[in-house]
Design a binder for this molecule. Structure first.
Ligand code: PAF
Length: 274
């Protein structure tokens, strides 16, 4: 396994499977790396805590960083290369800034009123870094976890929209990996104290119970009631069209339930198909 820090070294790994991450790898990431391995070698994992997708009041400076441990974990899961660039490599000096410009955002990044409303600059930063990484890594498939469902939808739409920029690239979804009690794995779970860890189970419980509701409206009511019982501060708990993430009246098309809620200061998201 090779740790790659410069753009030139990446050429040896073109055409394989790519798992972009911000590090602090957990079993959820490792399952994406194993999935990438099954799709085709070489497997490149990037580790880059991208400053442009955090707003000033978010956790950029305290986001967990553990590069040596991540390198060992990624290698164990089958990665052939870890791309751990410096900020200047991703965001070149002003004379070359067009290399890392923000692509036109697809409507799923601006219209649903979910992460786009709660974190207004987030998807511009995600699309900026992911577009740059795709240009540098040149993968044939890139795997994104369903845990960040709107992000997955945004990246899919961005690649569809810019099909002449990445003509050979397929975006592949990776199933959410959960703790045995149902909590979706997340690098941010380390922030939870024991009581918050219990309350956080409200998200998966709300989603599971919503699956037996007969309409999107009933599913949303069920989720709100369970989230309240777990003392969670709800940002949204909605059922949406699975592709556009726009509101729906009934289940005549594939639907997804999505939740964002705060446990104390920790913000958690989760989602499930309906
Ligand atoms: O999901 C993440 O970890 C990040 O948003 C990503 C896709 C690596 C871009 O920084």
């Amino acid at each position: 396994m090779q740790v790659v820090r410069t753009i030139d070294e990446l050429a040896d790994f073109y055409g394989g499977s790519f798992v972009p991450t911000m590090g602090a790898l957990h079993e959820g990431h490792l399952s994406l790396i194993r999935q990438a391995k099954d799709l085709g070698s070489p497997v490149v994992v990037s580790i880059f805590v991208n400053p442009t997708q955090f707003s000033p009041d978010e956790d950029f400076s305290r986001y967990p960083r553990q590069l040596d441990e991540d390198i060992a974990l990624a290698e164990g899961a089958g990665a052939e290369a870890i791309f751990a660039p410096e900020v200047d490599t991703i965001y070149p000096p002003p004379t070359h800034q067009e290399q890392a410009s923000v692509p036109n955002l697809p409507s799923v990044a601006t219209e649903p009123g979910l992460e786009d409303a709660k974190r207004p600059t987030h998807f511009a930063g995600v699309c900026q870094v992911v577009a740059r990484l795709f240009d540098l890594v040149n993968p044939h498939q890139a795997i994104f976890g369903e845990k960040d469902y709107q992000q997955l939808s945004v990246i899919r739409a961005m690649v569809e929209q810019e099909d002449d920029r990445w003509p050979n690239l397929t975006i592949v979804p990776g199933p959410t990996v959960r703790e045995p009690d149902g909590l979706a794995m997340s690098s941010r779970n380390v922030y939870l104290d024991p009581q918050q860890r219990k309350d956080a189970l409200g998200l998966s419980s709300a989603l599971l119970n919503a699956q037996s509701a007969l309409s999107p409206g009933d599913a949303e009511a069920t989720m709100h009631s369970i989230l309240q019982d777990h003392h969670l501060e709800v940002e949204y708990a909605v059922v949406r069209d699975a592709k556009t993430l726009l509101p729906i009246e009934n289940y005549s098309q594939p639907a997804r339930a999505l939740i964002a809620a705060r446990v104390g200061t920790v913000r958690l998201i989760d989602n499930m198909p309906m």
